[in-house]
Design a binder for this molecule. Structure first.
Ligand SMILES: [Zn+2]
Length: 486
C-alpha cells in the first residue's frame, strides 16, 4: 500500500509540475505598440452626419420587403454631401441599391475590402414608445447619437467614410486598392446586395486579400477572468439551419382519447432531442480565442485553460453557465415554434415544431440531420429541413495573416490596454458572401460595449457615444494606413 501511495504521489507531483509548466510558459500574443498620436478629430461633426443618416428609415422588413429605394437614395445623397472628397476621388458605383467605392492603389497586389450596410432592422411593434429618443430622430444628447442604426451599422458606415475623408484631406493615398462595399439588405439576407457586389467582383476577376466587415464589438466586463476590454475579432461565422418536425395521427374527441396522440409523440421526440444535445468541443476559432486570452489571465484560470487536455470536463461545465460561451463551443439547438390544437375538447390530428440550429464551424447541416433522425428514433415523426434556411458554417480565417495583424495593431494603438483575440462570431453578416472572392474575412466592430449596451443592438434605445464614434474613425484611419500598405 505504501508503495502505491508513493507512486500515486509521484504521478500527482509530475502532473502538477507539467500543468504549472504549461501555464507558466504561455506568453502574451498581444502586439506591443505605443498609443497612437493622432491629429485631433471632429467627432461632433461625425456625430451630426450619423444623426442625419439615422433619420432615413432604411428598414429591411423581410426578403420580399426591402428598404424603400427612396430612403436609400436619400441616404446616398446625404453621404455624397457629407463626404465630398470621397465622392470626388473614389470611383463610385450603385449596384442595385448597394454602394461600391473603388479607391485605386498603384500596387498590383490584391485589394482589401471594407464593408458596412445601409439598412437597419425594424422597431419591434409595441416598443416604439419605450425609446428615450424617437428611434429615427438621430438625436444628439447626453454625449450620444440615438436611434436605430447608431451602431448596427450606420455607425460603421459613417465612421469608415469619415476615416477615408480625413485621410484624403491629409493627402494620403493607399498603396493597394481599397474597396468599400455598403450593402442595402444585410439584415434580411444580403442576396440582392453583398451577393451582387461579390458577383460583380467575380466577373471582374477581383480576388481580394481580405475583408473587414461588421461583427463582434469590443466588450468590457463580459469575458470571465479578463479585466481589460477585449476585442474579439471574428474569424468565422456559424451556420444556420432550421428543421420542421411534424406528426400526423388520428385525432378525435377528447372524451375518449387514445393512449398516444400527435402531440404526445411530438413531445416525446422533443424530449429525446433535448436529452441528446450536439456535443461541445474546443477547437477552431474558439480555441484560438482562448489561446490569445489565457496568457492575460490570473494564474488560477490560466492553469485550468492551459491544461484543457485534463481540465476540459470542468472547463466545459463552467462555460455552460454563460449562454454566449456555451454557444461558442457547440452547435446550439433552439426550439422556436411549437404548434398543435385549435379547441380545448378536440385531440389535434397534427402537431409540429421548428428547431433552429446555429452550426459550429466543423459541423455540417447534414450531420445534424442524421443526429436528429437517430435521436428521435420514431418513424411517426416527419423531419423536413427548411432548405431556404440552410447555410453551412464558414471556414476559419487566419489569425496570423498580415491583415489580422493590422486589425490587432490598430486596436491596440487606438484603444490602449485592450486585449485582442480571434473569435467566433455568433451572428450572421454580409461577410460570409465575400468568402468567394477573399482569402480571409474578419468581423469586428471597433466600438466598446458593456453587457448593458448589447441588448440595444436590434433592441430599444440603440445609441453610440460620440467619443466611441470618434475612436471608431481613428481605428479605421489607422487600420487603413496599415492594411493598405503594399
Ligand atoms: Zn449589422
Amino acid at each position: 500500500v505504501k508503495r502505491y501511495a508513493r507512486v500515486g504521489l509521484a504521478i500527482f507531483a509530475a502532473l502538477a509540475l507539467l500543468m504549472i509548466g504549461r501555464a507558466a510558459r504561455l506568453s502574451s500574443k498581444q502586439p506591443a505598440v505605443a498609443a497612437l498620436a493622432d491629429p485631433p478629430l471632429d467627432a461632433d461633426g461625425v456625430a451630426r452626419i450619423l444623426g442625419k443618416a439615422i433619420e432615413r428609415p432604411t428598414i429591411s422588413e423581410s426578403p420580399t420587403s426591402l428598404a424603400p429605394a427612396a430612403e436609400l437614395e436619400g441616404l446616398r445623397a446625404h453621404l455624397a454631401a457629407s463626404f465630398p472628397k470621397v465622392h470626388a476621388t473614389l470611383q463610385r458605383e450603385v449596384v442595385g441599391d448597394s454602394l461600391l467605392f473603388t479607391w485605386k492603389g498603384a500596387s498590383a497586389r490584391k485589394p482589401i475590402i471594407l464593408c458596412a450596410h445601409q439598412d437597419v432592422v425594424p422597431i419591434e411593434p409595441g416598443t416604439e414608445g419605450k425609446w428615450r429618443k424617437p428611434p429615427f430622430s438621430g438625436a444628439i444628447e447626453d454625449g450620444f447619437v440615438w436611434g436605430r442604426g447608431a451602431v448596427d451599422d450606420k455607425g460603421s458606415l459613417v465612421a469608415i467614410l469619415a476615416a477615408v475623408e480625413s485621410l484624403l484631406a491629409e493627402g494620403f493615398s493607399p498603396e493597394r486598392t481599397v474597396l468599400l462595399a455598403f450593402g442595402h439588405d444585410e439584415e434580411v439576407s444580403g442576396k440582392t446586395g453583398a451577393a451582387k457586389i461579390v458577383d460583380l467582383f467575380a466577373a471582374r476577376g477581383i480576388a481580394a486579400e481580405a475583408v473587414l466587415d461588421e461583427g463582434n464589438p469590443m466588450v468590457s466586463g463580459i469575458v470571465p477572468n479578463v479585466k481589460a476590454p477585449v476585442a474579439p475579432i471574428g474569424v468565422a461565422e456559424k451556420g444556420y439551419f432550421t428543421v420542421r418536425l411534424s406528426v400526423d395521427m388520428p385525432g378525435g374527441h377528447s372524451s375518449t382519447p387514445a393512449a398516444e396522440s400527435s402531440v404526445s409523440v411530438l413531445l416525446a421526440a422533443l424530449a429525446r432531442i433535448r436529452a441528446a444535445p450536439i456535443p461541445a468541443r474546443l477547437d477552431g476559432a474558439t480555441a484560438a480565442f482562448f489561446d490569445w486570452l489565457t496568457p492575460e489571465m490570473p494564474f488560477g484560470p490560466r492553469l485550468a485553460l492551459a491544461n484543457t487536455w485534463l481540465t476540459w470536463p470542468l472547463v466545459r461545465r463552467s462555460f455552460a453557465r454563460s449562454a454566449a460561451l456555451d454557444a461558442s463551443l457547440r452547435t446550439t439547438t433552439a426550439l422556436t415554434v411549437v404548434k398543435a390544437g385549435v379547441k380545448d375538447n378536440v385531440v389535434p390530428r397534427t402537431a409540429e415544431a421548428l428547431i433552429n440550429f446555429r452550426v459550429l464551424p466543423g459541423d455540417t447541416t447534414a450531420a445534424i440531420q442524421a443526429h436528429l433522425v437517430r435521436a428521435i428514433g420514431d418513424a411517426r415523426v416527419t423531419l423536413t429541413p427548411l432548405e431556404a434556411s440552410r447555410a453551412e458554417p464558414t471556414a476559419v480565417s487566419r489569425s496570423d495573416s498580415r491583415f489580422f495583424h493590422a486589425i490587432a495593431t490598430a486596436v491596440r494603438e487606438v484603444f490602449p490596454g485592450t486585449i485582442v483575440a480571434p473569435a467566433l462570431f455568433l451572428g450572421a453578416t454580409d461577410g460570409r458572401q465575400y468568402a468567394r472572392v477573399a482569402e480571409d474575412v474578419y468581423r469586428f466592430q471597433p466600438i466598446l460595449m458593456t453587457s448593458e449596451d448589447l441588448p440595444r443592438i436590434h433592441g430599444t434605445d440603440e445609441r453610440v457615444a460620440i467619443r466611441s464614434l470618434g475612436d471608431a474613425v481613428r481605428f479605421y484611419r489607422r487600420f487603413l494606413r496599415l492594411a493598405a500598405k503594399d
